[in-house]
Design a protein around this ligand. Structure first.
Ligand SMILES: Nc1ncnc2c1ncn2[C@@H]1O[C@H](COP(=O)(O)OP(=O)(O)O)[C@@H](O)[C@H]1O
Ligand SMILES: [Mg+2]
Length: 175
């Protein structure tokens, strides 16, 4: 079921102008209940896009991005047991070079507020990426009416589920 839903989500992403126009896309490697990205990454590679993945720095609870040339043999387990690019198989990519970040999460609300791993990794990284380039993938059951939002939480602009593309309603500054 997850595989089917993930394929539907992939198809919807592949039709988004921000994806179609992207030269460099930062994906994530699926962990636990997150939407599967394998098919999306394969498609992007075949399409000639630059595929980047997060590299975690546990000391600073921050992410950086690294580009891989192949999906096989380029990854090794990093912090929290999540696969990430091996140094010798990847090239660092600056935030400014990334045209689209595909964002994982535990839950989202209609404003694009995200509940993550609980350590703020993506909040720190996404603060360097414009809102329209932040696209989250979620199963529809992961979209809830409203999540608590802290000042440091960085929302996404779009959430793609197996049933719809949700354009996040903007959060006013004073909220
Ligand atoms: N941009 C940031 N700058 C400094 N600290 C941050 C930032 N984002 C998150 N944090 C810290 O990380 C902790 C976890 O963030 P939280 O939003 O709860 O996690 P997540 O987004 O992974 O669900 C927070 O208590 C916060 O202090
Ligand atoms: Mg957060």
């Amino acid at each position: 079921m997850r595989r089917m839903k993930s394929l539907r989500i992939a198809r919807l992403v592949q039709g988004l102008p921000v994806y179609l126009n992207a030269k460099t896309v930062m994906f994530y490697v699926t962990h636990d209940a997150e939407v599967e990205t394998g098919q999306l990454m394969k498609h992007a590679m075949l399409d000639g896009k630059n595929v980047a993945l997060p590299v975690t720095d546990k000391d600073s609870c921050s992410l950086s991005a690294a580009r891989i040339r192949s999906l096989t043999g380029s990854l090794a387990k990093g912090a929290y047991g999540i696969l990430e690019p091996r140094k010798e198989c990847s090239i660092p990519v600056r935030a400014s070079e990334i045209d689209l970040v595909i964002v994982p999460g535990i839950a989202f609300d209609g404003r694009g507020v995200r509940l993550g791993f609980g350590k703020g990794y993506y909040d720190r990284w996404l603060s360097r990426i414009p809102l329209r380039k932040r696209v989250a993938l979620a199963y529809s059951f992961q979209v809830v009416p409203r999540l608590p939002k802290s000042a440091h939480d960085v929302p996404v602009g779009t959430i793609v589920t197996e049933s719809e593309i949700i354009r996040a309603t903007p959060i006013r500054k004073e909220q």
